[in-house]
Design a protein around this ligand. Structure first.
Ligand code: HEC
Length: 100
């Protein structure tokens, strides 16, 4: 029984690893894609023009990045920023920002 439980547990870990967004990858993307330049380290913006993201939940970030990418929400800067994001990028960024 213990052996079976161990297998079930490992499979759960494998599947949850691939099925859910990855906050660590989101943190790398937040720097690599330049979000940090406007929205600040840890999502705390120091420039009033750029909104602070810390405190926003993952669902908010996911929806708004998707809307910026599709053009449903219009802002020239963010439309350009979101244009290059994949669905995985958006999930990972949402997970990271939601964790701040
Ligand atoms: C050149 C500056 C700049 C960069 C780089 C930038 N943003 Fe933004 N971001 C803005 C501005 C300005 C707004 C506000 C747009 C508006 O008023 O509609 C915004 C809005 C947002 C919002 C909505 C916040 C809210 O309160 O409604 C999210 C989420 C967001 N950005 C995420 C990101 C992510 C993730 C990245 C990196 C891929 C990024 N931004 C890169 C300037 C930037």
């Amino acid at each position: 029984m213990r052996f079976i439980a161990a297998i079930v547990f490992s499979l759960t870990m494998v599947f949850s690893g691939s099925a859910y967004a990855d906050a660590a990858a989101g943190q790398s993307a937040y720097s690599a894609k330049g979000c940090i330049g406007c929205h600040g380290a840890g999502g705390k913006s120091t420039v009033p023009t750029f909104p602070t993201l810390k405190g926003r939940d993952a669902a908010f970030v996911r929806k708004n990045l998707t809307d910026f990418r599709s053009g449903a929400r219009k802002d020239p800067t963010m439309n350009a920023m979101a244009a290059g994001l994949s669905d995985d990028d958006i999930d990972n960024l949402a997970d990271y920002i939601g964790s701040l």
